[in-house]
Design a protein around this ligand. Structure first.
Ligand code: SIN
Length: 534
């Protein structure tokens, strides 16, 4: 049994920035960060575009950023949260700059600001086209320099510990469910460790891997959401899965390479394979409409023509400037024989970001006591039905800070829970057919791709549910009789998360933002999200 003050699950921008703040404020307290892979491996690392913050007060202001966020969110943003996040952005930005994050500058020394879809002003700070990687590196360096942060790589959180593990009946009706830490699999030894913490911060990112095509890394399997859901935390807006319009078509199997929206902000335009512009038919903002509109338009064009991709045309752009601004994308295209001065880039939408997640208040508190959430896992109210481009890194920084401030005032009142039992794994055996786990994972990704993608229907959702139920039963059987493995735990989490996406989609009675059901065209009002427990 390992005791810590702050248990942070996840090592992306949200988890590490919380850990750094807590460790600096409380040098005598222990901060433990666990991550199931290497510390660097997170969605943060792959964020290309940048971070949306108002810094150019001559041409931009908080009200504009707020209006853009709310317009993209299609009526479902929490206005107070949006206001707070955009206003707190500059202070959080200053902190990561002080920590060594390097944003591109103009020759005059100001920030070089990029433009992305649905932004009415240039406000995206970036480090070329590898912003997330730069932020991740400065946070890792800072975290590594603080002696009271312990970072445990290859540690996979299996379950949040609550009264349930102490033999009590825990239902969603209880308002006193409390988190005491987590059971964690040490992937080096295979043993299950019990971490007892005063507070637990879930910052384990998104769910992209439940889809066949995703820009997310293989680690994005929704583990945190599944754990929180099993522990009976409130989870909402799972029906709002954002598809990025321009993932590079046909390259990687597990993780599609992203062609940043900033490329369209730089002047690239979408065309059909025959070379026709089409976005103007769908929105007057053309290729720079909000992500939900662009992704749906591409989907419509592809289906109408029987194509598997459309083209992103950069041939008219200054190639030298392009290669300086987007060196990573330029290099990737060249490596595939795509010469951007003559060739267009084949792109298709891919699952990119979950707008919903574990419901939190303005301080990152979930509905479970002593369980906080920040980053993509959290549903804070900022994104509504569709996240505005480059608002995710901003949200992660603001909410990591707010979790920290809330806990700064409360941590003294929280003590470790006594009598928590160790993990019970007696009576299980090694799985004899690993391939079954792999097959079920592939099947799940196909189900979500085929039936729960950009365009849904009642029939498709029902089909997905029928199929998920079979996968669920098979996987639970396996889970009960076999020794735990990360593959099995991930599969179980992915099925749970997929189930939540389907059930909450079934409860969504009107089309908004990223959610589109052909049987809901013209209907008003939201359905109930009750009854989403498997
Ligand atoms: C991009 O660079 O297009 C992705 C940025 C984001 O998801 O906000």
């Amino acid at each position: 049994m390992i005791k810590t003050d702050f248990l942070v699950i996840g090592s992306g921008i949200a988890g590490l920035s919380f850990a750094v703040k807590a460790a600096r404020e409380f040098p005598d307290r222990q901060v433990t960060v666990i991550t199931k892979s290497e510390m660097v491996e997170s969605n943060t690392r792959y964020a290309q575009g940048g971070i949306a913050v108002v810094t150019d007060f001559l041409n931009d202001n908080f009200d504009k950023h707020k209006a853009d966020t709310e317009m993209a969110g299609d009526g479902l943003c929490n206005s107070e949260i949006v206001d707070m996040v955009v206003r707190e952005g500059p202070a959080r930005l200053e902190e990561i700059v002080k920590m060594g994050t390097d944003f591109d500058r103009t020759p005059e020394g100001g920030y070089h600001l990029g433009l992305e879809g649905a932004h009415s002003a240039r406000r995206i700070l970036h480090h070329k086209d590898t912003t997330g990687f730069n932020i991740q590196n400065s946070l890792m360096k800072e975290a590594g320099s603080l002696p009271n942060i312990e970072i445990l790589e290859y540690h996979f959180a299996i379950d949040i510990i609550s009264q349930h593990h102490m033999g009590e009946k825990v239902t969603r009706k209880r308002d006193d469910i409390c988190c005491y830490g987590a059971y964690v699999m040490d992937l080096n030894s295979g043993s299950i460790k019990t971490f007892l913490s005063k507070v637990t911060i879930l910052a384990s990112g998104g769910v992209g891997q439940v889809y066949k095509l995703t820009t997310n890394p293989v680690v994005a399997t929704g583990d945190g959401i599944a754990m929180a859901g099993r522990a009976k935390a409130a989870i909402e807006h799972m029906q709002f899965v954002q598809f990025h319009p321009t993932a590079l078509y046909g390259d990687e199997e597990e993780q599609a390479f992203l062609i940043s929206e900033a490329v369209r902000g730089f002047g690239a335009v979408l065309k059909t394979r025959e070379g026709e512009l089409f976005m103007e038919k769908y929105d007057e903002r053309g290729s720079l409409a909000s992500r939900d509109i662009v992704a749906r338009a591409i989907d419509t064009e592809m289906k109408a023509r029987g194509d598997e991709y459309v083209h992103l045309d950069c041939t008219h752009l200054d190639q030298q400037e392009f290669s300086k601004r987007f060196p990573n994308i330029y290099k990737k295209c060249l490596s595939l024989g795509i010469d951007l001065s003559v060739d267009r880039i084949p792109v298709a939408p891919a699952a990119h970001y979950l707008c919903g997640g574990v419901k939190t208040d303005a301080n990152g508190r979930s509905s479970i006591l002593n369980l906080y959430c920040c980053g993509e896992i959290a549903c804070t109210g900022l994104h509504g039905a569709n996240r505005l481009a480059s608002n995710s890194l901003l949200e992660a920084l603001v909410f990591a800070h707010r979790c920290f401030v809330d806990l700064k005032n409360n941590i003294d009142q929280i003590s470790h829970q006594k009598d928590v039992p160790e993990w019970e794994s007696a009576g299980t055996t090694e799985p004899d057919e690993w391939i079954l786990i792999k097959h079920n994972r592939v099947e799940l990704k196909n189900i979500m791709h085929n039936y729960v993608s950009i365009v849904r229907s009642d029939e498709r959702l029902q089909r997905s549910l029928n199929r998920l139920e079979i996968l669920y039963r098979e996987t639970e059987k396996l889970y009960k009789r076999t020794t735990l493995s990360p593959q099995l735990c991930e599969l179980r989490n992915m099925i749970y998360v997929a189930y939540l996406i389907v059930k909450q989609s079934m409860g969504q009675n009107e089309n908004r933002g990223t959610f589109f059901n052909v049987d809901r065209v013209g209907q008003q009002g939201h359905g109930s999200l009750e009854g989403t427990d498997p």
